[in-house]
Design a protein around this ligand. Structure first.
Ligand code: 0O2
Length: 221
């Protein structure tokens, strides 16, 4: 009996993880299509690169217990919404909202939640746009709507977040005050860089547009 139970549990977890993997595959394809379309038909692509990750069973259980859930498949799905994670890195802040809008308009995706940590950064300085959405996954005998967490951020926000994440875990979530202040300072620097880059990009775009107009005027003469 206990052996049968263990076998059942193993099969349930395998099925669960597979479903989230397929959801990530679907989302990755969507992003690849957008990237290729932008590169072929426009002279600019708002997506720099993407990363996907499936939470490990260990990390799922940790988050589940932290959120007060019990160890059961239904409870996992109720409490842990970021089993499947897709991170999209963009060059500019305006690109983040552009990509988010494109995804929000796709009719097969159901947007469950939007958390804008860019307009409302966390107290440590964390910035990113988070979308929680459901994507349909077509299996052999049914369609499952699977939850995926999308994090959209700039290169500077990503650089900051990856270091902050390492420090946070290195100090087991209790980072010394001095380091916290430095981390916040680094977030402010990253934010200043993002705004400076955005301004520069607009300036370059304006020059490009006026050259283009001059060129067209020349052609008409
Ligand atoms: P991992 O290792 O990246 O998977 P939570 O705050 O996680 O209890 P919720 O509602 O799931 O609850 O959180 P939220 O705010 O949507 O954030 C989920 C994910 O965003 C995190 O997943 C991180 O990846 C990222 N994130 C959120 N806040 C921070 C932050 O302050 N610093 C960094 N570096 N990343 C952050 P996990 O599961 O925490 O981690």
């Amino acid at each position: 009996q206990p052996f049968e139970q263990l076998k059942q549990m193993r099969d349930d977890i395998t099925r669960l993880m597979l479903k989230y993997k397929f959801a990530l595959d679907e989302m990755e394809t969507k992003i690849e299509i957008l990237k290729e379309e932008f590169k072929s038909l426009h002279d600019y692509c708002p997506i720099e690169h993407t990363n996907t990750r499936l939470k490990t069973p260990e990390s799922i259980i940790k988050k589940l217990l932290r959120k007060g859930g019990v160890i059961a498949i239904d409870s996992i799905e109720e409490y842990v919404k970021d089993i499947a994670g897709l991170r999209i890195t963009c060059s500019f802040i305006s690109d983040i909202y552009r990509v988010s809008e494109i995804l929000q308009k796709q009719s097969d995706l159901k947007i469950l939640q939007v958390k804008d940590y860019i307009k409302n950064p966390k107290s440590n300085g964390y910035k990113s746009l988070h979308l929680l959405l459901e994507v349909p996954v077509f299996l052999s005998d049914r369609v499952e709507n699977v939850c995926v967490e999308i994090q959209i951020r700039t290169i500077a926000m990503d650089f900051w977040a990856s270091l902050e994440h390492k420090i946070f875990y290195k100090y087991n979530r209790s980072v010394p005050q001095r380091l916290l202040e430095e981390i916040k300072g680094a977030a402010d620097t990253a934010n200043a860089l993002d705004h400076q880059m955005e301004r520069l990009m607009h300036e370059v775009q304006t020059i490009k547009d006026s050259h283009h107009e001059d060129f067209e005027r020349e052609q008409l003469r």
